[in-house]
Write a protein that binds this ligand. Structure first.
Ligand code: MN
Length: 500
């Protein structure tokens, strides 16, 4: 699990010198109390750090500069306790490169009806102070999240929680390294894309290694390490008989364990946060990594098959965002449909590699032939996935921009045993309904590969997309195909005009 408590968001209160010492003392004390309360709130996944009130162009510039280079600072929460003339913010905001949550709150929840006077009004001015600040951010076209309400309001805390998690995912991408073992699956369009533009936009790099480089590391893994990992498999999973010691395919299990250890070693040595592979490029590998990819994802690595580096990076970001929450995040593929009009369903799966983090119960560890790739039978974990709200997210390269697409879905409990299906799988109903959801996804060019999440919502994904400055398209309960098509057309115009 990725520890989010190592990250900080800074609580920055804006004001000005006009008010005199006494008022500014109160502003500082109130801000400190709010920051401490947020920091102690169980909903906050990261630390909230109080910063002294900023009251001038120079102080604002200095705090933005400091935030930019502080490695643990993943974003700033801004609040104007009093009025803070926003021309003072221009120079600072021009250089700020960390995400902003504009908390439109007020120290006192209620108006003290019987005692309110002009001193009180002088101090509690965020209702108009935050509007002045909002104007300059809008004028400067800066993406940010605006959160409205009293700072003890649990909805406010939930929104800050979502934003902080998105900021952690965004921070994790900056300078992140992803490795592709082999290239893209031949002729496939959606998994490919502009890696240079991605590095400019997203901050992560994607580079390739020939399978031979990986195989060389796999071949160095000693038998005793393999023994130890097999013992872990035996304890954690229900192994099929042929994979047990003395069984006919025990050596294949050893191959799979060696592959996992080799991949892990390669990823650690290269400081990679995720990877992709492809069944078309395996050369001296004994089998396509199945259980290896499933378990490495569970350990926090991003992964996607067939060279799909965008989805691999997205799965990693989703794992960071969801860290510490119940439920998991996995690589996923829309695989097969159940078109029964009374109960339409999507069956999501992959040829092997669904992350163990979404397994319901103890996975089975099995081996079966794989129809493609021409290698030995791969070992994989087989499991069902629990019912409940979930989402699928995809990032596609539209040529002039990246688009993030999210479909909110409802996972349903397995209704049948699937005795002949040797892969992990999940059944879901897309919102708003099967036909609209699938049509909208296809019209928006959403990939067949996705990141599937049990613990993130559209709010996390939208906050994240806005930090990245990319298009965000949501398919949810309110989606209407007529409006959706227009939204896509209008966005097309927006992104043709907005070249920044
Ligand atoms: Mn695939």
């Amino acid at each position: 699990m990725i520890d989010l408590k190592k990250f900080e968001v800074w609580f920055v209160t804006g004001s000005q010198d006009l008010y005199g010492e006494e008022t500014l003392k109160q502003v500082a004390a109130d801000s400190q109390e709010i920051a401490a309360s947020l920091n102690n709130a169980s909903q906050m996944p990261v630390r909230v750090v109080f910063k002294p009130t900023v009251k001038s162009t120079e102080e604002i510039y200095a705090i933005c500069q400091e935030a930019n280079v502080a490695p643990n600072c993943i974003g700033i929460i801004t609040w104007m306790h009093t009025f803070s003339p926003a021309k003072m913010w221009i120079n600072g905001l021009k250089i700020l490169n960390k995400p902003v949550a504009h908390l439109h709150t007020q120290f006192n929840r209620d108006i003290p009806w019987s005692t309110i006077d002009m001193d009180y009004m002088n101090l509690h001015q965020s209702a108009h102070g935050d509007r002045e600040f909002g104007f300059i951010m809008s004028r400067m076209r800066i993406n940010r999240k605006v959160i409205v309400g009293h700072w003890k309001d649990s909805e406010v805390l939930d929104q800050l929680n979502a934003w902080s998690r998105a900021a952690a995912g965004w921070n994790d991408w900056q300078g992140a390294r992803f490795v592709r073992f082999g290239d893209n699956m031949r002729f496939v369009a959606v998994t490919d894309g502009d890696k240079v533009e991605a590095e400019l936009k997203f901050g992560f790099s994607v580079n390739t290694h020939g399978i031979g480089d990986l195989v060389a590391v796999i071949n160095q893994i000693g038998d005793s390490e393999v023994d130890k990992l097999i013992a872990e498999y035996e304890e954690r999973y229900a192994l099929m008989d042929s994979l047990r010691k003395g069984g006919a395919q025990y050596s294949s299990l050893r191959d799979a364990a060696r592959i996992e250890l080799g991949m892990k070693s390669f990823l650690e040595a290269g400081n990679y946060k995720g990877f992709s592979d492809t069944f078309e490029d395996l050369h001296d590998m004994a089998q396509l990594p199945g259980i290896a990819s499933q378990r490495l994802m569970n350990a926090g690595y991003g992964f996607a098959g067939e060279g799909d580096w965008k989805t691999a990076a997205l799965v990693r970001a989703m794992k960071v965002m969801g860290s510490g929450l119940a439920g998991g995040n996995a690589f996923m593929e829309d695989y097969t449909y159940h078109f029964d009009p009374s109960n339409p369903l999507v069956l999501g799966s992959h040829m092997l590699e669904i992350c163990e983090s979404i397994a319901d119960g103890k996975p089975k560890c099995e081996i079966h032939p794989l129809g493609i790739g021409g290698k030995g039978d791969p070992v994989r974990l087989v499991f069902n996935v629990a019912a409940g709200p979930a989402l699928n997210a995809s990032i596609v390269d539209m040529g002039n921009r990246f688009r993030m697409l999210v479909n909110e879905v409802e996972a349903v409990a397995p209704q049948h045993d699937l005795p002949k299906l040797p892969v992990a799988r999940v059944l879901w109903k897309p919102y708003p309904d099967m036909k609209t959801g699938c049509a909208a996804w296809i019209l928006a060019g959403g990939a067949h590969h996705t990141g599937y999440s049990q613990n993130l919502t559209s709010e996390h994904m939208q906050d994240f997309a806005e930090m990245a400055g990319i298009e965000f398209v949501k398919i949810g309960k309110e989606t209407n195909l007529y409006q959706f098509k227009n939204e896509l057309r209008w966005s097309e115009v927006y992104y043709q005009l907005n070249k920044s």
